[in-house]
Design a protein around this ligand. Structure first.
Ligand code: NI
Length: 180
């Protein structure tokens, strides 16, 4: 297993639309395991392959506090979405930034698991938000896209300044908000 480098906004590679996975084989399972390890180490509760510059439709999530409930979604598709949920979101690709985003509160999603078996899942609250945030990554979309252009510009400048000064990523574990 390996810790992979996470791309940061405004890296244009984060705008790539990921391809469907054709075959769930050993190589793909290695990617899944690397994504999980990278997410746990960050630490975050979700990570999409796009964020590590692999443009295949794969994402991992673990919203448990003990990091012992890994969920794998390959070729995820939202079948139904309803209600509204608003929470402050963070993102491993937008380090140190937390902003309120509105999403559906309940979703039904279908995907393949780590073995390539299809499954369906109904999710609500944080898990539903997390799945929507990660699927956005696979479509080249970031949570800052839901904010005003002015706010997005400010975030961009702040991150570029941090990078110029060679600051480390702010530790994400100190925040109550989910870092997805
Ligand atoms: Ni994210």
């Amino acid at each position: 297993m390996a810790i992979l480098d996470i791309l940061h906004f405004p890296d244009p590679r984060l705008r790539t639309r990921a391809r469907q996975v054709d075959t769930v084989d050993e190589q793909l399972r290695t990617l899944v395991d690397d994504l999980l390890e990278t997410m746990y180490q960050a630490p975050g509760i979700g990570l999409a392959a796009t964020q590590v510059n692999v443009h295949q439709r794969v994402l991992v999530i673990d919203i448990s506090s003990e990091q012992d409930d890994p969920r794998v979604f390959i070729n995820p598709e939202i079948l139904e979405a309803e209600g509204h949920e608003e929470m402050d979101e963070g993102c491993l690709s937008v380090p140190g930034i937390y902003e309120r985003v509105q999403r559906a509160n309940r979703i039904r999603v279908q995907a393949l698991d780590r073995e390539g078996e299809p499954f369906e899942l109904e999710a609500e609250g944080l898990l539903a938000v997390c799945i929507q945030h990660e699927i956005d990554h696979l479509d080249g979309k970031l949570f800052v896209d839901y904010l005003s252009q002015l706010k997005r510009q400010r975030i961009r400048k702040k991150l570029e300044k941090q990078r110029r000064h060679g600051e480390d990523d702010p530790p994400s574990g100190q925040h109550a908000e989910p870092v997805i």
